[in-house]
Design a protein around this ligand. Structure first.
Ligand code: HEM
Length: 191
């Protein structure tokens, strides 16, 4: 049993394998070997975040997470793409993720927000090919308050939300769907 964990820790544990598989897949694609490969990664990021726009804009979710709108990295991703001025690969149409219920929305947002944590490592790799948080790698920048503190404020919302066990299962399923979606987009962008 994992009842001694917080809800967000249970979510992390339930998605650790799918995260690690995605992480290994991305690194195997060598996205930081050149700007031309990096732009494929950016395209996947853009399609993923575009699909989540309805969640970041949802009044119900903004009520739960007061800084939600400013957490949205879509504008930074678009600026990164504009910086690179390289042709973009095609990816499947990004099916928008609508805010059907709070738990499902939190599962998707968890994946989008959590990707900023690993981004510390990705930023270092991006810097080695001449990118920076002012050019091409804006969306990988840490939050001024620090990545960890910014992340803890988000997971606190997951931990404090009122949820039944069924709600929590739905949140976990949604997070897995989100990782699967990212995987599909990455595979298409690098194909
Ligand atoms: C090569 C690519 C990636 C690497 C190397 C990587 C690495 C990491 C690392 C090291 C952490 C833990 C950071 C910490 O605890 O301070 C982390 C957390 C996380 N990453 Fe990734 N990541 C990658 C891609 C992604 C992607 C594409 C997503 C989402 C689509 C993602 C979602 C998450 C989530 C949700 C967490 C938070 C886990 C938690 O603490 O609950 N990661 N990642």
């Amino acid at each position: 049993m994992t009842t001694d964990l917080t809800r967000s820790q249970r979510l992390k544990a339930a998605t650790a394998t799918i995260h690690d598989t995605l992480d290994q897949r991305i690194m195997a694609l060598d996205p930081f070997s050149s700007p031309a490969r990096y732009v494929c990664f950016l395209r996947a990021q853009q399609a993923f975040h575009d699909a989540l726009a309805p969640l970041y804009a949802a009044p119900t979710m903004q009520a739960l997470i007061p800084d939600l709108a400013e957490r949205d990295r879509s504008a930074a991703i678009a600026a990164d793409i504009a910086d690179l001025t390289l042709p973009l690969p095609a990816v499947p149409d990004a099916r928008p993720v609508e805010p059907v219920d709070m738990s499902t929305s939190l599962g998707w947002l968890y994946v989008a927000e959590g990707s900023s944590l690993g981004a510390a490592f990705l930023l270092k790799a991006a810097q080695r090919i001449g990118l920076s948080t002012d050019h091409g790698a804006r969306h990988l920048a840490g939050h001024p308050e620090g990545r960890a503190a910014h992340w803890r404020r988000f997971t606190a919302r997951i931990d404090d939300a009122t949820m039944t066990a069924e709600d929590e299962d739905r949140m976990i399923a949604a997070a897995r769907d989100a990782f699967t979606r990212f995987r599909t987009l990455v595979d298409a962008a690098f194909a």
